[in-house]
Structures are given as structure tokens and as C-alpha cells.
Design a protein. Structure first.
Length: 393
């Protein structure tokens, strides 16, 4: 009887740990080689849309790098959103089209993107594809060409492998956060793609066919608008794809900025999970689409550190019950194996993707885990409801 109760209580944790294992181990082997040939497209029919709020300090260099990576003819548009600095002037000097927006009550990336969409829709010839790139991230290699070609050919959003660069000079919090970010945005996305599951949109390096972009609810002020838009697109019949060869790189933030960013993202993650997991499961059953059911299970899976922590606690409690003779050894053994497999998957994946240096200074891992659990708990209990700019210092 005790074992049955334990199994029922732990069933959600066992299932979501299984989801993590399938995605993490499925993405362990990196995508190698150039991949299939890209479909042809008219570069002048694609536009890179860059929402920017007070980014004068770095936007000039970022836009120069973006332009260097763009196919000839592709447009570059910056939405200078509620800027109090020279972001707009610097963007114009860098050769970008600039649209300025001032609205102190409707703040956030979603409103900026909606403003850019309106500008594109009323500017004459609408594009075939819109690629959203954050103002502090840089597409690598042929990422923009890949994203545009696949989005136009498939009629579905396409997400790049958006990761964070962090080195020895960055704090342990920044490096370990970048490692977790890499597992979430590159490894698990690749594993999900290999089983045919939809991608989740992660904020930068997102390409949308114009028809899909026009239908999205952008002007919502949602704190995790990227994740929400991907789910809405999947529910609308255009589930996002993942391209592991299209890479977009962001810079590590300060510890304060990292905490704000993670709290905001996890607040939004919990909100999207609560709002959309049920409808996704219902739609999956109604129309017979297992991919939507997997996306729902993905949304129910806690972030990496809380998931590992829950697994460890559950394993310890089950081991205690086994030690006093309350239950048999099958359930504690199963939970221990799942926990160990999840931890090993993280290290193996980072090593296989040549990202193991992010875990340098491993003695700080326990301190980071405590910090991260505090951030996750704060996001769960006291969710962010409004947009907050990430600290760039």
C-alpha cells in the first residue's frame, strides 16, 4: 500500500524525468556536417527584426556583425522601443531601417514586435519571412540564411540554437547558467527534433513565415512571449522546427542580470505551462497528434536544477522508506537510476558538444544549485507579470 501511494505521488516526477532523459540523451550527439541543401529563397523578401531598448552601448557592433552575416539584399530593421539613449541614431548609422516607438504603459518585447509588424505591413511589399534577433545576440555563420530558407519552405517557424557565450573571466553563476541554457536550448531541442517533437521558441534567432507572424498574438506583454508564441503557433497548426546548425550567440550577463533573466523566464515558463499544457494534451488527443502531447509534457518538465533536486530528494526519501522496510527496492532503485541518468546526461552532452569548459570551477556547483533553486522558488511563488530589462553590465 505504501509503495502504491509513493508511485502515485511520484508518477508526475517519473514521467517528466523520462521526458528530460529522452530529450537530453537524444541530443547528446551534435548535428554534424552541413546538413541537407537549403531551399532557395529571395533574400530581399526576408527581414531581420531587432527589438531594442536602450542598447546604445553595444548595438553598433552587434548590427555590424549581423550585417556581415546577412545574405546580400536581406533587410535589417530595428525597433527602438521606449529608448532614452542614442539607440535609434546608432542603428541608422549602422545602415539599419529604424522604427521608433514610445509608449510607457505598454512595455516589453511583444509590444515592440507588434509595432515592427505594423510597420512592415504598411510599408508596401510585405516580406515572406521575419527573423527576430535580440539586440544583444549575434547570428553565427549562415544562420540567417538557414532560418529564412527553412521557414519559407516549410511554412512553419524555425528556431535557431540560441546559446550564451561564457568564459573563465565570467562568474561561476554566469558560466553554470550558460551550461544549463545550452542543455535547454541546444541539447534538448535537438533531442526533441530527432523524435519529431515541436521546437520551443527561445527568444532570439526565431524565423516566422509572414502568414504565421501576422496571426500571432504579439501585443500581450507576456514575460515569456517567445515560449508562448511557439505554443500558440503549434496549437494553430504550424509547430515550430529546430535547426541545430543555425547558431545565435548571446553574451553572459552580470550575476544580477542573470538572476533577473532566469526569474523572468521561469515565471513565464510556469505561466505558459499552466495555461497551455492542458489545451495541448486535449488537442493532441482530439486530432491524434502525439507531437503536441510531447510538447505538453515538455512544458510540465521543471527546469534542470529543480528537476535534479526533486529527483535527489525523492530518491533519498524512497531509500529511507526501503531502509525501514516500508517498501521494496524496485521503486527506490528505479528513481535512483533515473536521477543518475539525468545527471550523467548533462555532463556527457556538454562534453560531446565541446561545452564542458562551462563547468570549470565545479566546486562552486553546490552554491550555484542553491542560488538557482532560490530563483526558481521565487519565480514559482512570486511570478513576474511585467517585462524587466536584463542588466547588461
Amino acid at each position: 500500500m505504501v509503495a502504491l501511494v509513493c508511485l502515485l505521488v511520484l508518477a508526475p516526477l517519473i514521467v517528466t524525468t523520462g521526458v528530460f532523459l529522452v530529450e537530453a540523451w537524444g541530443g547528446v550527439s551534435p548535428a554534424r556536417g552541413p546538413g541537407p541543401a537549403l531551399p532557395s529563397f529571395a533574400a530581399e523578401r526576408a527581414v531581420v527584426l531587432v527589438p531594442a531598448h536602450d542598447e546604445a552601448q553595444g548595438i553598433g557592433a552587434v548590427l555590424a556583425a549581423m550585417r556581415a552575416a546577412m545574405p546580400p539584399g536581406m533587410r535589417l530593421m530595428v525597433i527602438a522601443d521606449n529608448c532614452s539613449d542614442d539607440t535609434a541614431a546608432i542603428a541608422r548609422a549602422a545602415g539599419a531601417e529604424v522604427v521608433e516607438r514610445f509608449d510607457k504603459t505598454r512595455r516589453g518585447k511583444g509590444f515592440a514586435l507588434d509595432h515592427g509588424r505594423q510597420a512592415l505591413a504598411t510599408g508596401g511589399s510585405v516580406p515572406d519571412c521575419v527573423i527576430v534577433v535580440d539586440a544583444d545576440t549575434v547570428p553565427q555563420g549562415d544562420a540567417l540564411e538557414r532560418l529564412a530558407a527553412r521557414a519559407i519552405a516549410s511554412g512553419r517557424p524555425v528556431q535557431s540554437a540560441y546559446t550564451i557565450a561564457a568564459g573563465p573571466a565570467d562568474s561561476s553563476v554566469a558560466r553554470f547558467s550558460a551550461a544549463a541554457f545550452y542543455v535547454k536550448n541546444a541539447v534538448r531541442q535537438l533531442g526533441a527534433a530527432r523524435i519529431g517533437a515541436p521546437a520551443v521558441l527561445t527568444g532570439s534567432g526565431m524565423a516566422f513565415p509572414w502568414a504565421v507572424f501576422m496571426a500571432l498574438p504579439l501585443a500581450t506583454g507576456h514575460v515569456a512571449e517567445d515560449l508562448m508564441l511557439g505554443v500558440e503557433s503549434a496549437l494553430g497548426g504550424a509547430a515550430p522546427l529546430f535547426d541545430p546548425r543555425a547558431r545565435v550567440l548571446g553574451a553572459a550577463s552580470s550575476d544580477k542580470g542573470t538572476a533577473v533573466q532566469r526569474r523572468r523566464w521561469e515565471s513565464g515558463f510556469f505561466q505558459v505551462a499552466g495555461d497551455h499544457a492542458g489545451p495541448l494534451l486535449a488537442r493532441a488527443i482530439r486530432v491524434g497528434r502525439p507531437a503536441l502531447a510531447w510538447l505538453a509534457l515538455h512544458l510540465m518538465t521543471p527546469p534542470l536544477i529543480p528537476l535534479i533536486a526533486l529527483d535527489v530528494v525523492a530518491t533519498m526519501l524512497l531509500a529511507l522508506l526501503w531502509a525501514v522496510g516500508a517498501i521494496g527496492g524496485a521503486l527506490p532503485g528505479t528513481m535512483a537510476v533515473l536521477t543518475l541518468a539525468a545527471g550523467i546526461a548533462v555532463f556527457v552532452a556538454l562534453a560531446a558538444h565541446r561545452q564542458l569548459a562551462l563547468l570549470g570551477g565545479w566546486r562552486d556547483v553546490p552554491r550555484y544549485m542553491i542560488w538557482k533553486l532560490g530563483v526558481s522558488l521565487a519565480a514559482l511563488i512570486r511570478r513576474e507579470r511585467t517585462w524587466i530589462r536584463t542588466d547588461r553590465d
